[in-house]
Design a protein around this ligand. Structure first.
Ligand SMILES: NC(=O)c1ccc[n+]([C@@H]2O[C@H](COP(=O)([O-])OP(=O)(O)OC[C@H]3O[C@@H](n4cnc5c(N)ncnc54)[C@H](OP(=O)(O)O)[C@@H]3O)[C@@H](O)[C@H]2O)c1
Length: 171
């Protein structure tokens, strides 16, 4: 399983229910990585998407503890139920897409994290785990810096220590 997230220099991922920066290149990267695959997200992240709708051309799995919550995709009441569903899929085709609560729940099951690093300190209220301080992961690849909308950022890849470097490069 792969977690995919854009973080600032403090590993912030969001503020007031939205993203920290508008980065079309990062949106394209996310789309390219996840198209045709399975994305796992929390109810709040689903509701932050355009129209509050699941991502097109992907299998969307959403977590909510609210048994009345309905979405145009599969909804799971617990991480255990969602993991049971994921066990039937190829882990290489599963992307954990946030937000903070869902990254925290599923990071122990991820062997790869695709982290877009925004070179800025932004006001955030939700965070990804600091993988540089977490001995379980190592940064195995860093792309060249890009600039967009006044932000500089780069794509990076972290692998779980001891995990095979499936895909190599920026995969
Ligand atoms: N930078 C990035 O790459 C990125 C990516 C995604 C999201 N984000 C940002 O992250 C922020 C949202 O993160 P968040 O942590 O507030 O929300 P979230 O993780 O998207 O969703 C949290 C919700 O998931 C459900 N949930 C959590 N644990 C569960 C469990 N064990 N079983 C069943 N349901 C469970 C609950 O829904 P109910 O309340 O319905 O029970 C909970 O309120 C936003 O600012 C968003 O823009 C950033």
């Amino acid at each position: 399983m792969t977690a995919i997230a854009a973080v600032d220099r403090r590993w912030g991922i969001g503020s007031a229910g939205g993203l920290l920066a508008d980065l079309p290149g990062d949106r394209g990267y996310f789309r390219e990585r996840t198209l045709g695959k399975t994305v796992v997200m929390g109810r709040k992240t689903l509701e932050s998407l355009p129209g509050g709708r699941p991502l097109p051309a992907r299998v969307n799995l959403v977590l909510s503890r609210n048994s009345s919550f309905r979405a145009d995709c599969e909804v799971f009441l617990s991480a255990e139920d969602c993991l049971a569903r994921l066990a039937r899929l190829d882990p290489a085709e599963v992307y954990i897409a946030g937000g903070a609560e869902i990254y925290k729940l599923f990071l122990p099951y991820c062997d790869t994290c695709l982290i877009t690093k925004i070179d800025a300190f932004l006001p955030a209220d939700s965070f990804f785990a600091d993988l540089d301080a977490d001995g379980a992961f190592t940064c195995v690849w860093e792309g060249e810096p890009r600039s967009e909308n006044g932000f500089t950022y780069r794509f990076t890849r972290y692998a779980r220590a001891g995990a095979p470097l499936a895909g190599g490069g920026n995969g």
